[in-house]
Design a protein around this ligand. Structure first.
Ligand code: SF4
Ligand code: SF4
Length: 149
């Protein structure tokens, strides 16, 4: 799968995850009586589970981080019976796709993921060529060897 399609896939999975999380709100994010943003984990302050992340801005996340979008902490698992179990299954499946195509990275922006991915893909391509080249050399050597015997 080439880089353009991976880029599309990344944003597609992110958009689907974003819609699902917004619709079902499994973290139950809301403001408390004092106006502090809280989630299911009552110990956490307004920064929720994003504490100390470089991408955390005054109004929440400032980047398109696919892994964060698709991960929920243990507290959310079936915490609210109104949240369909299917949501967790879908998020799990989307995480599996993200891992399969090297699109995953907690607290990483899309740019960071693709900056790592491009050289990785070039390396894999070069290795595939080298492997093919070696196989051809071996094949030719075997043909020559058969011709001599
Ligand atoms: S994943 Fe857990 S800690 Fe993070 S916002 Fe949701 S409930 Fe809170
Ligand atoms: S990258 Fe992840 S941890 Fe960081 S602010 Fe965004 S959602 Fe939170």
């Amino acid at each position: 799968m080439n880089i353009i399609f991976r880029s599309w896939l990344y944003s597609f999975l992110y958009a689907v995850g974003d819609q699902l999380i917004k619709r079902h709100n499994p973290c139950q994010i809301q403001k408390d009586a004092a106006g502090v943003v809280r989630c299911l984990d009552k110990e956490k302050d307004s920064s929720l589970c994003c504490t100390s992340c470089n991408f955390l801005g005054p109004d929440g996340c400032t980047t398109e981080c696919l892994s964060c979008k698709l991960h929920l902490c243990y507290m959310t698992e079936k915490a609210d019976p109104k949240v369909p179990v299917l949501l967790y299954d879908i998020l799990y499946e989307m995480r599996t796709i993200a891992w399969k195509y090297d699109l995953a990275g907690i607290r990483m922006s899309k740019k960071m993921i693709f900056d790592l991915l491009r050289p990785k893909m070039r390396f894999r391509k070069a290795m595939a060529k080298t492997k093919k080249g070696l196989e051809e050399v071996l094949e030719n050597a075997m043909v020559r060897n058969r011709g001599m015997s």
